[in-house]
Design a protein around this ligand. Structure first.
Ligand SMILES: *Cc1c(COP(=O)(O)O)cnc(C)c1O
Ligand SMILES: [Zn+2]
Length: 390
């Protein structure tokens, strides 16, 4: 069962009830789900988790869905953490790991967030879901909405990969293609659905997608036998996964599972859309919108993130950094991972390898440090972008 207690604003600390439907705090910040962690630590230990089913619902005490009947599951989570021996040898990093998120339903880690958010929406009696999506989030929402028997409306930018448009159409979602970026999609969505009873499932404008994505941190902890790695490299669009994992470390520390020591968090963006890189370099606490975002890594084409201050805070607190990589380097990295590790990953995931090489070259990382790269989606959804490699 869930030990959810309330929603809380990480900026102004205002609290809200979890029995009502909420999007943002009245101050404009995203809201965090809070749990009775004392009770959780008395009920469940890392040892006890071992006998649970291999999906993300094994962490149900720290997930927001109250009743097991509300869970809409396609088998998401508990993806393999693969020891990348050949790639690691090449880089002089014997402790390199790949979190293979392609094995989630719908082929990407967006399934984690959507499984939890759609289940919670279902529990709250919501019937109609809407989301702007650069690709994978829309597909995942469409799949879970179909499974739940809910209506789905998705707003995608022009140039979204065919696989994403197909999955939305096949799952019966109402799909609208919008000129511009995901930011424009959000605006068109809010205009066209205003006054209706559509629930906005935009990333971080809704509290529970983050909860689904935070489970990656719990899994890495379990899969490394109760330790956290020295560094994590995360391809950052809206930053939900990075913010979620940072929140999970807070929870694990309060549960007494980990000490104060955290992995250093490295965030990778595309050179053609790098608002966090610019803000980090300028020493700002928030990021300005990126004009004319361009990258074939559709999941990274996010010009403005509502959780900007949380991304920057986590990276700085962990003594990490933020880097930008080119599309050409991402494609090269897709090939390198395919040749050395037998996995076809998406350009976003491959960007973490390019980021890692820069970090090694600049002396940020090296030797026996353990590093986890998040390979966030399958490459099979990106045939248009990858065609130039053959
Ligand atoms: C959405 C997405 C990302 C970015 O994830 P955030 O948590 O929103 O930063 C990275 N990779 C892929 C494949 C995605 O679909
Ligand atoms: Zn607030």
């Amino acid at each position: 069962m869930s030990f959810l207690t309330h929603l809380e604003c990480p900026r102004c600390s205002k609290r809200y009830s979890t029995k009502e439907v909420h999007n943002l705090c009245e101050c404009g910040s995203t809201l965090f789900a809070r749990y009775d962690l004392k009770r959780t630590s008395g009920t469940v230990s890392p040892q006890a988790l071992k006998s649970r089913a291999p999906d993300l619902w094994r962490y149900r005490e720290v997930l927001p869905v109250e009743s097991d009947e509300s869970i809409i599951s396609l088998g998401e989570g508990f993806t393999p953490l693969i020891h990348a021996r050949r790639l690691g040898d090449r880089l002089g990093l014997p402790n390199l790991y790949l979190k293979d998120e392609s094995q989630n339903p719908t082929g990407s880690f967006k399934a984690r967030g959507m499984a939890v958010a759609v289940s919670k929406a279902h529990e709250l009696g919501i019937r109609r879901l809407a989301v702007p999506s650069a690709g994978n989030a829309g597909g995942a929402m469409a799949a879970y909405a179909a499974k739940a028997g809910m209506e789905a409306a998705i707003f995608m930018p022009e140039g979204t990969p065919l696989a994403n448009r197909l999955e939305c159409a096949l799952h019966g979602a109402k799909t609208t293609v919008v000129a511009g970026s995901i930011k424009d999609c959000g605006r068109v969505m809010r205009e066209s659905l205003a006054g209706g009873d559509w629930f906005d499932l935009s990333t971080l404008r809704e509290p529970y997608r983050l909860e689904g994505k935070k489970t990656m941190a719990y899994e890495v902890f379990e899969q490394l036998d109760g330790r956290l790695p020295d560094a994590m490299i995360y391809p950052t669009g809206g930053g939900t996964g990075l913010i979620g994992m940072w929140k999970a470390f807070d929870e694990m520390q309060e549960l007494g599972w980990i000490s104060q020591r955290r992995p250093r968090m490295f965030s990778v963006q595309a050179q053609g859309c790098a608002p966090m890189v610019r803000a980090f370099a300028a020493g700002s606490v928030v990021a300005e919108e990126w004009e004319d975002p361009q990258t074939l890594a559709s999941g990274l084409r996010v010009p403005a993130a509502i959780g900007d201050f949380l991304i920057l805070r986590a990276v700085r607190t962990s003594r990490g950094t933020v880097l930008a990589v080119s599309d050409a380097d991402m494609l090269g990295a897709v090939r390198e991972i395919a040749e050395t590790e037998g996995m076809i990953t998406s350009p976003e995931g491959a960007a973490t390898l390019t980021g890692l090489k820069k970090l090694l070259a600049d002396g940020f990382l090296g030797g026996h440090e353990s590093v986890v790269l998040f390979l966030t989606a399958t490459g099979y959804k990106y045939t248009e972008a990858l065609e130039q490699l053959v």
